[in-house]
Design a protein around this ligand. Structure first.
Ligand code: PDD
Length: 267
Protein backbone atom coordinates (compact mmCIF):
# COMPACT_ATOMS: atom_id res chain seq x y z
CA UNK A 1 0.00 0.00 0.00
CA UNK A 2 1.17 3.62 -0.35
CA UNK A 3 3.13 4.66 2.75
CA UNK A 4 0.61 7.33 3.74
CA UNK A 5 -2.11 4.66 4.00
CA UNK A 6 -0.15 2.40 6.38
CA UNK A 7 -1.50 2.40 9.95
CA UNK A 8 0.15 1.09 13.12
CA UNK A 9 -1.50 1.05 16.55
CA UNK A 10 -0.12 3.57 19.09
CA UNK A 11 -0.13 0.56 21.46
CA UNK A 12 2.38 -1.22 19.25
CA UNK A 13 5.26 -2.36 21.42
CA UNK A 14 7.71 -1.27 18.75
CA UNK A 15 6.45 2.29 19.29
CA UNK A 16 6.09 2.10 23.10
CA UNK A 17 9.22 0.11 24.00
CA UNK A 18 11.37 -0.27 20.88
CA UNK A 19 10.39 -3.95 21.25
CA UNK A 20 11.33 -5.20 17.81
CA UNK A 21 14.10 -5.97 15.37
CA UNK A 22 14.92 -4.96 11.80
CA UNK A 23 16.99 -5.59 8.70
CA UNK A 24 18.21 -3.29 5.94
CA UNK A 25 19.11 -4.90 2.62
CA UNK A 26 20.36 -3.62 -0.71
CA UNK A 27 18.77 -4.85 -3.91
CA UNK A 28 21.23 -4.50 -6.76
CA UNK A 29 20.43 -5.16 -10.42
CA UNK A 30 17.27 -6.97 -9.39
CA UNK A 31 18.83 -9.23 -6.72
CA UNK A 32 18.89 -8.85 -2.96
CA UNK A 33 22.55 -8.80 -1.97
CA UNK A 34 23.39 -11.61 0.50
CA UNK A 35 19.72 -12.46 0.98
CA UNK A 36 20.33 -15.68 2.91
CA UNK A 37 22.73 -13.98 5.35
CA UNK A 38 20.14 -11.27 6.04
CA UNK A 39 17.46 -13.95 6.54
CA UNK A 40 19.73 -15.82 8.97
CA UNK A 41 20.48 -12.65 10.94
CA UNK A 42 16.77 -11.76 11.13
CA UNK A 43 16.10 -15.28 12.45
CA UNK A 44 18.80 -14.86 15.06
CA UNK A 45 17.57 -11.37 16.13
CA UNK A 46 14.00 -12.71 16.47
CA UNK A 47 15.20 -15.72 18.48
CA UNK A 48 17.26 -13.45 20.74
CA UNK A 49 14.15 -11.48 21.73
CA UNK A 50 11.88 -14.53 21.91
CA UNK A 51 9.61 -13.41 19.07
CA UNK A 52 8.14 -16.15 16.91
CA UNK A 53 7.67 -15.11 13.29
CA UNK A 54 8.19 -16.99 10.06
CA UNK A 55 11.23 -15.46 8.37
CA UNK A 56 10.29 -17.39 5.20
CA UNK A 57 6.92 -15.61 5.20
CA UNK A 58 8.58 -12.22 5.77
CA UNK A 59 10.86 -12.83 2.79
CA UNK A 60 7.94 -14.03 0.66
CA UNK A 61 6.24 -10.70 1.48
CA UNK A 62 9.47 -8.85 0.61
CA UNK A 63 9.43 -10.58 -2.79
CA UNK A 64 5.80 -9.67 -3.39
CA UNK A 65 6.48 -6.05 -2.45
CA UNK A 66 9.68 -5.65 -4.48
CA UNK A 67 7.95 -7.17 -7.49
CA UNK A 68 5.09 -4.70 -7.14
CA UNK A 69 7.35 -1.67 -6.63
CA UNK A 70 9.61 -2.70 -9.47
CA UNK A 71 12.90 -0.88 -8.68
CA UNK A 72 15.86 -2.98 -9.72
CA UNK A 73 18.09 -1.03 -7.32
CA UNK A 74 16.47 -0.50 -3.95
CA UNK A 75 16.89 -0.30 -0.21
CA UNK A 76 14.63 -2.77 1.57
CA UNK A 77 13.67 -2.19 5.17
CA UNK A 78 12.10 -4.94 7.31
CA UNK A 79 10.82 -4.25 10.81
CA UNK A 80 9.19 -6.88 13.02
CA UNK A 81 7.82 -5.80 16.39
CA UNK A 82 6.00 -7.66 19.18
CA UNK A 83 2.85 -5.92 17.95
CA UNK A 84 0.06 -4.14 19.83
CA UNK A 85 -1.12 -5.03 23.35
CA UNK A 86 -4.18 -3.88 25.34
CA UNK A 87 -2.14 -2.39 28.14
CA UNK A 88 1.32 -0.87 28.43
CA UNK A 89 3.08 -3.61 30.37
CA UNK A 90 6.82 -4.13 30.04
CA UNK A 91 6.55 -7.95 30.13
CA UNK A 92 5.38 -9.72 26.95
CA UNK A 93 1.59 -9.87 26.38
CA UNK A 94 0.00 -13.34 26.64
CA UNK A 95 -1.02 -13.26 22.99
CA UNK A 96 1.36 -11.75 20.53
CA UNK A 97 0.48 -10.60 17.05
CA UNK A 98 3.69 -9.26 15.48
CA UNK A 99 3.64 -6.15 13.32
CA UNK A 100 5.59 -6.56 10.12
CA UNK A 101 6.48 -3.36 8.31
CA UNK A 102 8.31 -3.45 4.98
CA UNK A 103 9.42 -0.59 2.75
CA UNK A 104 11.21 -0.51 -0.57
CA UNK A 105 12.84 2.74 -1.64
CA UNK A 106 14.99 3.76 -4.58
CA UNK A 107 18.70 3.41 -3.88
CA UNK A 108 21.98 3.32 -5.81
CA UNK A 109 25.07 1.65 -4.38
CA UNK A 110 27.79 4.20 -5.16
CA UNK A 111 31.47 4.08 -4.14
CA UNK A 112 31.92 6.30 -1.08
CA UNK A 113 34.26 9.26 -0.93
CA UNK A 114 36.82 10.01 1.79
CA UNK A 115 34.99 10.92 5.00
CA UNK A 116 35.49 12.00 8.59
CA UNK A 117 34.45 10.30 11.82
CA UNK A 118 34.15 11.46 15.37
CA UNK A 119 35.30 9.05 18.08
CA UNK A 120 33.06 8.68 21.13
CA UNK A 121 32.34 6.31 24.04
CA UNK A 122 29.85 3.58 23.16
CA UNK A 123 26.81 4.67 25.16
CA UNK A 124 24.51 1.93 23.84
CA UNK A 125 23.14 -1.15 25.62
CA UNK A 126 25.14 -4.41 25.88
CA UNK A 127 23.38 -6.56 23.29
CA UNK A 128 24.41 -4.96 20.04
CA UNK A 129 24.50 -8.30 18.21
CA UNK A 130 20.68 -8.04 18.11
CA UNK A 131 19.53 -5.72 15.33
CA UNK A 132 17.11 -3.95 17.65
CA UNK A 133 14.91 -1.06 16.55
CA UNK A 134 15.71 0.65 19.88
CA UNK A 135 18.36 2.93 18.38
CA UNK A 136 18.28 6.03 20.59
CA UNK A 137 22.00 5.72 21.45
CA UNK A 138 22.89 5.41 17.75
CA UNK A 139 20.56 8.31 16.90
CA UNK A 140 22.17 10.66 19.45
CA UNK A 141 25.66 9.66 18.34
CA UNK A 142 24.93 10.13 14.63
CA UNK A 143 23.39 13.53 15.34
CA UNK A 144 26.59 14.51 17.11
CA UNK A 145 28.55 13.44 14.02
CA UNK A 146 26.24 15.48 11.80
CA UNK A 147 26.72 18.55 13.97
CA UNK A 148 30.51 18.04 13.83
CA UNK A 149 30.50 17.81 10.00
CA UNK A 150 31.47 14.14 10.22
CA UNK A 151 29.82 11.22 8.42
CA UNK A 152 30.11 8.60 11.17
CA UNK A 153 30.95 7.93 14.83
CA UNK A 154 33.53 5.32 15.78
CA UNK A 155 32.63 3.91 19.20
CA UNK A 156 34.72 2.44 22.01
CA UNK A 157 33.97 0.67 25.25
CA UNK A 158 36.59 0.15 27.98
CA UNK A 159 39.31 1.60 25.69
CA UNK A 160 38.51 -0.80 22.82
CA UNK A 161 36.79 0.00 19.51
CA UNK A 162 33.41 -1.72 19.12
CA UNK A 163 31.84 -0.51 15.85
CA UNK A 164 30.40 2.69 14.38
CA UNK A 165 26.86 4.01 14.87
CA UNK A 166 25.59 2.42 11.62
CA UNK A 167 28.54 0.34 10.42
CA UNK A 168 31.44 -1.99 11.33
CA UNK A 169 35.04 -0.82 11.67
CA UNK A 170 38.20 -1.99 9.85
CA UNK A 171 41.70 -0.68 10.52
CA UNK A 172 44.54 -1.04 7.99
CA UNK A 173 47.98 -1.57 9.52
CA UNK A 174 50.68 -2.03 6.91
CA UNK A 175 49.61 -4.99 4.76
CA UNK A 176 47.13 -6.26 7.35
CA UNK A 177 43.50 -5.39 8.11
CA UNK A 178 42.14 -5.64 11.67
CA UNK A 179 38.49 -5.67 12.74
CA UNK A 180 36.97 -6.22 16.20
CA UNK A 181 35.91 -9.86 16.80
CA UNK A 182 32.22 -10.80 16.82
CA UNK A 183 30.66 -10.57 20.28
CA UNK A 184 27.53 -9.12 21.85
CA UNK A 185 29.21 -5.69 21.61
CA UNK A 186 28.80 -5.41 17.84
CA UNK A 187 26.37 -6.21 15.05
CA UNK A 188 27.55 -9.13 12.90
CA UNK A 189 27.48 -6.96 9.79
CA UNK A 190 26.72 -8.69 6.51
CA UNK A 191 29.10 -6.31 4.69
CA UNK A 192 31.77 -7.07 7.33
CA UNK A 193 31.33 -10.75 6.48
CA UNK A 194 31.64 -10.05 2.74
CA UNK A 195 34.73 -7.85 3.24
CA UNK A 196 36.49 -10.65 5.14
CA UNK A 197 35.60 -13.08 2.35
CA UNK A 198 36.80 -10.68 -0.37
CA UNK A 199 40.05 -9.97 1.47
CA UNK A 200 40.75 -13.69 1.74
CA UNK A 201 40.20 -14.09 -2.01
CA UNK A 202 42.59 -11.19 -2.68
CA UNK A 203 45.20 -12.66 -0.33
CA UNK A 204 44.88 -9.75 2.13
CA UNK A 205 45.27 -10.83 5.75
CA UNK A 206 42.31 -9.91 7.97
CA UNK A 207 42.71 -10.40 11.71
CA UNK A 208 39.73 -10.32 14.06
CA UNK A 209 41.24 -8.74 17.12
CA UNK A 210 40.59 -6.05 19.70
CA UNK A 211 41.62 -2.55 18.65
CA UNK A 212 42.68 -0.05 21.29
CA UNK A 213 41.00 3.28 20.64
CA UNK A 214 44.28 5.10 21.28
CA UNK A 215 45.88 3.10 18.44
CA UNK A 216 43.48 4.54 15.83
CA UNK A 217 45.71 7.56 15.27
CA UNK A 218 48.55 5.21 14.25
CA UNK A 219 46.46 3.41 11.61
CA UNK A 220 47.50 3.58 7.96
CA UNK A 221 43.86 3.56 6.98
CA UNK A 222 40.37 3.12 8.45
CA UNK A 223 37.17 2.14 6.71
CA UNK A 224 33.62 1.34 7.78
CA UNK A 225 31.22 -1.16 6.24
CA UNK A 226 27.45 -1.32 5.86
CA UNK A 227 24.79 -2.52 3.42
CA UNK A 228 23.82 1.00 2.43
CA UNK A 229 27.19 2.74 2.27
CA UNK A 230 29.36 -0.21 1.25
CA UNK A 231 32.94 0.62 2.25
CA UNK A 232 33.32 4.12 3.67
CA UNK A 233 36.93 5.35 3.91
CA UNK A 234 37.73 7.53 6.91
CA UNK A 235 40.64 9.93 6.44
CA UNK A 236 40.22 12.12 9.52
CA UNK A 237 39.23 11.47 13.14
CA UNK A 238 37.98 13.86 15.78
CA UNK A 239 39.73 13.63 18.14
CA UNK A 240 42.78 12.11 16.44
CA UNK A 241 43.35 14.14 13.27
CA UNK A 242 44.54 12.77 9.97
CA UNK A 243 44.46 8.97 9.40
CA UNK A 244 47.74 7.76 7.86
CA UNK A 245 48.81 10.28 5.26
CA UNK A 246 45.20 11.36 4.69
CA UNK A 247 44.88 9.43 1.45
CA UNK A 248 43.27 6.12 0.52
CA UNK A 249 45.67 3.20 0.86
CA UNK A 250 46.21 0.70 -1.95
CA UNK A 251 44.70 -2.04 0.25
CA UNK A 252 41.52 -0.03 0.66
CA UNK A 253 41.28 0.65 -3.08
CA UNK A 254 41.79 -3.05 -3.86
CA UNK A 255 39.05 -4.03 -1.40
CA UNK A 256 36.67 -1.36 -2.63
CA UNK A 257 37.16 -2.35 -6.29
CA UNK A 258 36.62 -6.03 -5.49
CA UNK A 259 33.59 -5.20 -3.36
CA UNK A 260 31.98 -3.12 -6.13
CA UNK A 261 32.73 -5.80 -8.68
CA UNK A 262 31.19 -8.57 -6.59
CA UNK A 263 28.22 -6.63 -5.24
CA UNK A 264 25.99 -8.37 -7.74
CA UNK A 265 27.31 -11.85 -7.02
CA UNK A 266 26.15 -12.37 -3.45
CA UNK A 267 22.92 -14.32 -3.11
N1 PDD B 1 23.04 -0.39 9.69
N2 PDD B 1 26.65 -1.88 12.93
C1 PDD B 1 25.52 -1.18 13.12
C2 PDD B 1 25.26 -0.60 14.47
C3 PDD B 1 24.59 -1.01 12.08
O1 PDD B 1 23.45 -0.34 12.29
C4 PDD B 1 24.88 -1.57 10.81
C5 PDD B 1 23.94 -1.44 9.65
C6 PDD B 1 26.09 -2.27 10.64
C7 PDD B 1 26.48 -2.91 9.32
O2 PDD B 1 25.70 -4.04 9.05
P1 PDD B 1 25.39 -4.51 7.56
O3 PDD B 1 26.70 -4.65 6.89
O4 PDD B 1 24.70 -5.79 7.74
O5 PDD B 1 24.54 -3.47 6.90
C8 PDD B 1 26.94 -2.42 11.73
C9 PDD B 1 21.98 -0.30 8.73
C10 PDD B 1 22.47 -0.09 7.33
C11 PDD B 1 20.95 0.69 9.19
O6 PDD B 1 20.66 0.69 10.38
O7 PDD B 1 20.39 1.43 8.35
Amino acid sequence: MPLHKARISPMDRGFLFGDGVYEVMAKIDGRIRARSLHAQRLRSSLDSIGLETSVEQVFADVDRLTKKVGFSNAKIYIQVTRGPADARDHAFPSTVSPTIFLTVSAFEAVPQTASQAIVRPDIRWRKNHIKSVALLGNVLLMQEARESDAQEVILYRDEYVTEASTSNVFVIRGQKVVTPPLSDLILPGITRHLVIEIAQKLGILVVEDNIRVDSLSEADGIFLSSSTRGLLPIIALNPGGCVGNGELTSIFSALQDAYDERLRCYD
